[in-house]
Ligand binder design. Sequence first.
Ligand SMILES: O=C(O)CCC(=O)C(=O)O
Length: 225
Amino acid sequence: MDFTNFLVRKCPPTAMYIPNFITFEEEERILTQIEKTPKPKWTQLLNRRLINYGGIPHPNGMISEEIPAWLQAYVDKINNLGIFESEKANHVLVNEYLAGQGIMPHTDGPLFHPIITTLSCGSHTILEFTERQKSGVETDEAPTPKDIRYKLLLEPRSLLILKDTLYSDYLHAINECSEDTLCDRVCNFENCEAAYKMGDKMTRKTRISLTIRNVPKTSKLKIKF
Ligand SMILES: O=C(O)CCC(=O)C(=O)O
């Protein structure tokens, strides 16, 4: 697949942004499936809740679990893009953010192959990038507005592919707010589905994100009798 049209040119390499990667109907189907997920499958955090599909990544190897067929269809769609090279995505992290919720600045760590893909459903959000401290120390503090170097507007139904320097040398975060004001630090206006103006205000709704990745180290469950 030729990604030239999807490359975000105004930020360090590499972000690729594909608007309308899925249809409205597919988005609805995903939201309906997620809504039906029994409560015990969710992990509730302070500022969001999440579900792991495919297993729980672990330094000793992820014990692989089958991804449900309705979700595997989207994993296959992403694998068919060929972006994981010889690898295949085998893990999906579902995050649910209510309006006003977000995620602190972080990198995804060594358990994952350093290419991530994120499908957004239900609402837009703004992903913010701050430079990583050279000391490697990550803070638990929300970035101050002046620390934020780049922003990406993630529209519902879009797919973001993140790798290389933007993935490894920057922390990514989602600010805890219920309304976003568009500014010139948003790098992907020209890749977006809709046309926006500087200063536009966008109200957040509940957003479900599917982060689809490859966990290189997996192990089979050994049962001793
Ligand atoms: O929801 C998103 O778009 C980002 C999720 C994320 O960064 C993570 O789960 O590590």
